[in-house]
Write a new protein. Structure first.
Length: 113
């Protein structure tokens, strides 16, 4: 879970599979990012391979998503309504050997919170 300056609450779901441990082996893009705001809860970015962590940059303009099964980080442009677009993989696969280091990596590199 993550909050930001507009009062939105961001959540991520690793996988839609009932047995989540299968998600790493099947490499199925079925993780997603949801947003909770005054409109309710909705999916704003979809089809991630085992979503492990999310972060926003300091201006809440870019969402960074660790995809553990794909062994990379994706970033997406966050529109005013919270929907995300222009997904792009950034960094090399080695950059997510330790996905929990994403917060530190983004803080140093991109000014993330």
């Amino acid at each position: 879970m993550l909050t930001e300056s507009r009062g939105h609450i961001w959540v991520f779901v690793i996988t839609r599979l009932q047995l989540w441990t299968r998600s790493g082996n099947e490499k199925a893009p079925n993780g997603y990012v949801g947003l909770i705001d005054k409109k309710g809860i909705r999916i704003v970015a979809d089809n991630f391979m085992e979503t492990n962590e999310i972060r926003l940059d300091a201006k809440d303009e870019w969402l960074y998503v660790v995809e553990s099964s794909a062994r990379h980080i994706a970033h997406l442009w966050v529109m005013v309504d919270g929907l995300c677009r222009d997904r792009e993989v950034i960094g090399s696969p080695i950059s997510v050997l330790f996905p929990t280091a994403l917060r530190t990596t983004l803080s140093v590199t991109f000014g993330s919170r």
